[in-house]
Every structure is written in C-alpha cells, then in structure tokens.
Design a protein around this ligand. Structure first.
Ligand SMILES: [Cu+2]
Length: 118
C-alpha cells in the first residue's frame, strides 16, 4: 500500500514537472532590448524592422524614427544583442557601438544618408 502511494505521488510529481518546465523556460524565451540606430526616415524604419523581423529569434521590432531607437523583443536562446546589432549594421546603419557596414551604407537611397555624416 505504501509503495503504491510512493509510485502515485512520484508520478504526480513527474506530471507536475512536465507542465511546469515549459512554463518556467517561457520566461527566458523573451527579452527586450533597445538599440540606438542611425535611421533617418520611414524607409529606414521599414528596412530595419523588416529585416529584423526575418532574423531568427526576433519576435517584434519597432523603430521610433524620432529617437532612432529600435525596440526588439527576441528569444535570448536563439539570438543575442550583438547579433541584432550586426544585422542592423549590415543594413548600413549604426547600432549602438557597432558602426554601419560601409558597403551597405553606400547602397542606401540618398534620403537615408542625410544626417549621418559623422
Ligand atoms: Cu531612410
């Protein structure tokens, strides 16, 4: 009788662990970061947001053209802030301390280059 209780309770514990494990890791599957970019206009916003949206691990990307800050919601187990900054840099924009890729910047439409003469 006692062994039966032990078996049942350990089964219960196992089931509990099964259910709580995904719920627990869910917390770590989402992080938010704000990255300062050198975006200029709505076109830049579109370009950066779309390309980030296709980046693995990215759930949401929203760029504020006024502040030039892009807010990204991402899965930290699939991507890192550094990878995200590199993605933005490869589009031709500065991302925090990561300088823009010059070749990509050269290909940007002229409207997206003003104000970034630094
Ligand atoms: Cu632009």
């Amino acid at each position: 009788m006692k062994t039966r209780i032990v078996i049942v309770s350990s089964m219960l514990l196992f089931v509990l662990m099964l259910f709580s494990a995904p719920a627990f890791s869910q917390d770590k599957k989402e992080a938010t970061i704000k990255i300062k970019t050198s975006a200029v206009c709505e076109q830049c916003k579109d370009r950066i947001e779309k390309s980030l949206a296709f980046e693995k691990g990215v759930k949401k990307a929203m760029l504020d053209v006024d502040t030039k800050i892009v807010t990204i919601t991402y899965n930290p187990s699939k991507t890192t802030p550094d990878d995200l900054r590199k993605t933005i840099s490869k589009l031709g924009y500065d991302a925090d301390n990561v300088a823009k890729d010059k070749a990509a910047y050269a290909k940007l439409p002229s409207c997206c280059k003003k104000d970034t003469g630094k």
